[in-house]
Write a protein that binds this ligand. Structure first.
Ligand SMILES: N[C@@H](CCC(=O)N[C@@H](CS)C(=O)NCC(=O)O)C(=O)O
Length: 203
């Protein structure tokens, strides 16, 4: 049985959402950040001592977006496009998510919203916002002629990017200059599978 380790208030949220989209049987073990994630049982799955981790038979995986690619691969198309151009685009957007979007989204969330006020650095928040505006412009153009990132089908590329941009959406980052991104993000995060995963972190 595929098992996702990590509380819903961690990046495990993305993997639970993807498993729900995939419609595959899975178990959820709500391992918490801190001592539980640093315990030998969890380190055997994710040696970084972080969340999430995933087990599936003999396979142990870490990195939430890689876990999502594995889960989507079990479901097949359309969630995971078949080998070819759209499979390459799925990898492209997943790596873009990890390298171009997530560092700035987290920096903005931390320094505009999450850190205790005394630890926030407005300059870091402003720089992250500027970097996000450049990336969101790229995304706005991509969405000019399509409802989902790759075209007419919702895929794991949407799950990965919207799962990361969730922190902007939830914390009301101003998307006024990016109406297509705003509509796409709303559509992604209100899908029934996303709502189910969101309940684990928002309730
Ligand atoms: N790139 C990793 C990041 C994992 C990560 O930083 N997870 C957080 C929870 S959302 C964590 O475990 N933090 C605890 C720590 O850094 O010790 C992924 O996407 O899985």
């Amino acid at each position: 049985m595929l098992t996702i380790h990590g509380v819903g208030r961690s990046r495990a949220f993305r993997c639970i959402w993807t498993a729900e989209e995939a419609g595959i049987p899975y178990e959820h073990v709500p391992t918490r950040v801190g001592p539980e994630a640093k315990a030998p049982a969890h380190l055997a799955i994710n040696p970084n001592g972080k969340l999430p981790g995933m087990t599936d038979g003999a396979l142990n995986l870490f990195e939430s977006l890689a876990i999502n690619l594995h889960i989507a691969g079990k479901a097949g198309a359309p969630l995971m496009p078949e080998a070819g151009d759209d499979a390459a685009r799925t990898l492209q957007w997943t790596l873009w998510t990890a390298t171009e979007a997530e560092p700035h989204a987290m920096a903005w969330r931390n320094h505009a919203v999450s850190l205790p006020a005394a630890e926030r650095d407005p300059a870091v928040a402003e720089a992250a916002k500027a970097a996000l505006h450049q990336r969101l412009g790229v995304l706005e153009a991509q969405l000019a002629d399509r409802p989902w990132l790759l075209g007419r089908d919702f895929t794991v590329a949407d799950c990965n990017l919207a799962g990361v941009l969730y922190v902007l959406w939830f914390n009301r980052f101003d998307l006024g200059a990016f109406p297509r991104v705003a509509a796409w993000l709303e559509a992604c995060l209100t899908r029934p599978a996303a709502l189910k995963a969101r309940r684990l972190r928002e309730d």
